[in-house]
Structures are given as structure tokens and as C-alpha cells.
Write a protein that binds this ligand. Structure first.
Ligand code: ATP
Length: 237
């Protein structure tokens, strides 16, 4: 497949002597909305950290736009065009909303229509209202909007959200899903980790079920919807 953007093959990652990924493999195409789903502790966050160079896999291949990631330091991986919205948001608490957004902004890939403060504020009007507030003083939902806005300001080729809506109120969750739907329509490639399977089934093109450090099933929303036993067995819904 020539339009594959990210490819992970047989990746093995350890924490010290404890193995967390046992041959993780999946691929994401340009413009695709993909998910990693599975129970807690199955290796989803470890996969993201392995991709981003935050953990060093002991085996396997990871390529992004044809470039091998495994030997690269994390800052070089990020420069290739990953926008990470990490678990727990991690906005800068002592910077204002505006400062958070411009702190890491860049357009390395020279996108013709780059993300700007105005575009982020149009996507999340709440952030404009809170422009001068410190990151620490935002609600969880506002922090998540800010974390997404901050990732977009780097003009990422791939946007990754780890626990996209965890701990958020239903209305705010919906706002995050609406935002992701609009980004997808605009052609953004996205990987989402979340427990809200119903929303993911509506939005995503493909899903990868993670069980004990590897993908045990990959397929489309239609195919997953047709196999509720899979969700019951591996995701517990
Ligand atoms: P969750 O939704 O709970 O974050 P996950 O699918 O993202 O789950 P990981 O966080 O990737 O799972 O964890 C995979 C495995 O690695 C688990 O067995 C976990 O206990 C282990 N693990 C995660 N972080 C560490 C760490 N810092 N040190 C040692 N083991 C870890």
C-alpha cells in the first residue's frame, strides 16, 4: 500500500525486564482515522510511547512516511510531524491559553494553509474566551481542547490522542468528537485511544484491538459492529 503513513511491525518494548509489547503490528494510511482499543494495561500507551521515541523498542520496525523511527531521538521523531495529545493532557500550567498555543507552534512541513490561533479559536470558541487564563485554571474539558489545539499548531501529519475524552462531562465529550469529525473531514490522519466505543464506531475508519501487547484483530467500523462478541471478549462492552 503506497499511501501508508505509519507502519509498525513486530515491535517488542520492555520496561526494564518486564515485556509490555509482544510483536505489535498495524498500519495507518494517509487521511485515515484509526483507533487502538482494548482493556486497561494492554499496551496502548506503550505503543504510542514506542512510536514517539519515548520508549526504545528492543525489536521490530516503525516507519513514518517511509522513514525508520527506531534509532531516532524523541525530538527528531516529533519533528517528522506527530501531534501528540497525551494521557492527562499535560498543558503548561503556568502559561496562558494563548502562550500554550504558540509555545510549540511551527510549520516545518510548510503546509500551505497552516494552523493559526484564529483557526484553533474557531474550532474551540471556549479557548478564545479563556485566552488569558493560565493552563492550571482551566477545566478538564478546556485543558483537553487546549491540548488538541496545541498539537494542531504544530501542523502534524499524524494526530494521536491518548484517552481522548477520559474524565470529561458528556457535553464536552461530544464537543471533542465533533472536533475530531471535522478534522477527519479536512483530511487529517488521526489515531485515537478511548473507551467510548460507540463514538469511535461512528467516527473511525479502522480499529485495532490490543490484547496483551499485540493487535489481535484489525478491521473497519462496519466489520466490528457486525461482531459484538469481539468487543465483549476484548474490550468488555
Ligand atoms: P491504560 O488504558 O491503563 O493506560 P494501556 O493499554 O495504555 O492501558 P499501557 O499503559 O501501555 O497499557 O501498559 C501496558 C503494560 O505495561 C501494563 O502491563 C503495564 O502495567 C506496564 N507498564 C506501563 N507503564 C509501565 C512503567 N512505567 N513501568 C513498568 N511497567 C509499566
Amino acid at each position: 500500500m503506497s499511501d501508508v503513513l505509519l507502519e509498525i511491525r513486530d515491535v517488542e518494548t520492555f520496561y526494564g525486564s518486564s515485556q509490555a509489547l509482544f510483536g505489535m503490528s498495524f498500519a495507518v494510511r494517509q487521511g485515515e482515522f484509526a483507533t487502538l482499543i482494548g482493556r486497561n494495561g494492554m499496551g496502548k500507551t506503550t505503543t504510542v510511547k514506542s512510536i514517539m521515541g519515548l520508549l526504545r523498542p528492543r525489536a521490530g520496525r516503525l516507519t513514518f512516511g517511509g522513514r525508520e523511527l527506531r534509532a531516532m531521538p524523541a525530538y527528531r521523531v516529533a519533528q517528522l510531524g506527530f501531534g501528540l495529545v497525551p494521557e492527562g493532557r499535560q498543558v503548561f500550567p503556568n502559561l496562558s491559553v494563548r502562550e500554550n498555543l504558540i509555545a510549540t507552534a511551527n510549520n516545518r512541513a510548510r503546509t500551505p494553509d497552516p494552523w493559526t490561533l484564529e483557526r484553533v479559536y474557531a474550532l474551540f470558541p471556549r479557548l478564545r474566551e479563556r485566552e488569558r487564563n493560565l493552563g492550571a485554571n482551566l477545566s478538564g474539558g478546556e485543558q483537553q481542547m487546549l491540548a488538541i489545539g496545541r498539537a494542531l499548531m504544530t501542523n502534524p501529519r499524524l494526530l494521536i490522542l491518548d484517552e481522548a475524552t477520559e474524565g470529561l462531562a458528556p457535553l464536552i465529550r461530544q464537543e471533542i468528537w465533533d472536533c475530531l469529525s471535522r478534522l477527519k473531514a479536512a483530511g487529517q490522519t488521526i489515531i485515537v485511544i478511548d473507551k467510548n466505543i460507540a463514538s469511535l464506531l461512528k467516527l473511525a475508519d479502522n480499529h485495532h484491538i490490543v490484547e496483551k501487547g499485540r493487535v489481535v484483530w484489525s478491521g473497519s467500523s462496519a466489520s466490528l459492529r457486525a461482531q459484538p462478541d469481539l468487543l465483549h471478549k476484548y474490550v468488555g462492552v
